[in-house]
Design a protein around this ligand. Structure first.
Ligand code: PLP
Length: 360
């Protein structure tokens, strides 16, 4: 198999400069040297999250941080809302269920975004809701949600607003503080240009306040432990030292370019991909397309699995659809280290692959 250009919405390509940094000899974490690195990472994360809140760093995939945002906030039987517009919204619902949370699903058509008015109605009809869980980008449908509008509704209630920005952060704009987001969750292997293994949460004062009364079981993901050691540049358990060193390098690159310039680039690449794909006869699946990833409908008469395979044979890995979208869409990422040139290459390969399948 040809060496693959990863155009998947996680993992994404890791630039060589970051790989080289991570190839250096391991250092110990209870040292001034590591603490400096960790402190700088925690400070730079705030810039990317657009927050003044503390950011906790966990050694886990993104789902670990999602779980942390449930078990640290709620108690058994608490009421919460989870927007289910795709695979990852379902995951938030499932995590709540697993811990005995009385979670109200908001089922929306896959590929659409939740209506803030509907969330408001549920909050009004069910007093005492503690948390609203949603995505910034629902990666399974490549749909961006209007977090600003949702935050504007939720801020007037006692509920905290929790946003899974695992794929969206540093691709779709997220103004954590201005948009009244209490917890924003992310992970290392999407727009942050790292391998999988780190997850992040920014936590507001409102959320820390709620955490005080939370009685769900937790140990490894007890965020209070992480918060206590944060000021010293420490973590309660052995951190993923190598990944943190890589993260420092990645955040330096992001800072150098400027987060808003990066968002602009993603927007440009998303447009480029959609325009070119439409010219090839693809339709865009989402009614509210994300700048992190695009979902293209597999044209009628074409086998989705074969299309992904034909693309892969030509050196590019894209993602297929998940669950009900299996075989019906392909997903192409334009976040992280992906360049305009990669998009151009991908479009060329899409064209060839379609041609091959249409002439079979
Ligand atoms: C990738 C992704 C996740 C899952 O993260 P893991 O790192 O696989 O645990 C969750 N939510 C969204 C929106 C994602 O894109």
């Amino acid at each position: 198999m040809k060496r693959q250009l990863l155009m998947t919405p996680g993992p994404t390509p890791v630039p060589k400069a970051i790989m080289d940094k991570m190839a250096e000899p391991i250092i110990h974490h209870r040292t001034p040297e590591y603490r400096e690195i960790f402190k700088s990472v925690c400070a730079d994360l705030k810039t990317v999250f657009k927050t003044r809140n503390d950011c906790c760093v966990l050694t886990s995939s993104g789902t670990g941080a999602m779980e942390a945002s449930v078990v640290n906030m709620l108690s058994p039987g608490d009421k919460a809302i989870a927007v289910r517009g795709g695979k990852f919204g379902e995951r938030y619902y499932d995590i709540c269920k697993a811990y005995g949370v009385d979670v109200i699903p908001v089922d929306i058509k896959w590929g659409t975004a939740p209506d803030p008015k509907e969330i408001k109605k549920i909050l009004d009809d069910n007093p005492g809701i503690k948390a609203v869980y949603t995505e910034l980008c629902e990666t399974s449908t490549a749909t961006v949600y209007d977090i600003k509008a949702l935050g504007n509704v939720i801020k007037d209630y006692s509920a905290i607003f929790v946003v899974d920005a695992i794929s969206g952060l540093a691709a779709d704009d997220l103004q954590t503080d201005t948009w009244n987001v209490d917890i924003a969750v992310s992970g290392s292997q999407k727009a942050l240009m790292l391998p999988p293994g780190l997850s992040f949460l920014s936590v507001s004062e409102k959320a820390w306040g709620m955490a005080k009364n939370s009685r769900l079981p937790k140990y490894y993901y007890d965020l209070n432990k992480y918060r206590k050691s944060l000021d010293q540049g420490d973590t309660p358990f052995t951190p993923a030292i190598t990944l943190t060193i890589g993260l420092k390098r990645a955040l330096e690159a992001i800072k150098k370019k400027g987060i808003d310039n990066i968002l602009k680039e993603c927007k440009g690449m998303a447009k480029q991909l959609r325009n070119e794909a439409e010219k090839l006869g693809f339709e865009i699946f989402s009614k509210s397309p994300s700048n992190a990833v695009t979902a293209l409908k597999v044209p009628a008469g074409v086998d989705g699995a074969l299309l992904v395979k034909a693309i892969k044979t030509r050196g590019i890995t894209v993602a297929g659809g998940q669950a009900e979208l299996k075989g019906k869409i392909i997903r192409v990422s334009h976040m992280g280290a992906v360049t305009e040139n990669d998009i151009t290459k991908t479009v060329g390969v899409l064209k060839e692959a379609l041609k091959e399948l249409n002439t079979k």
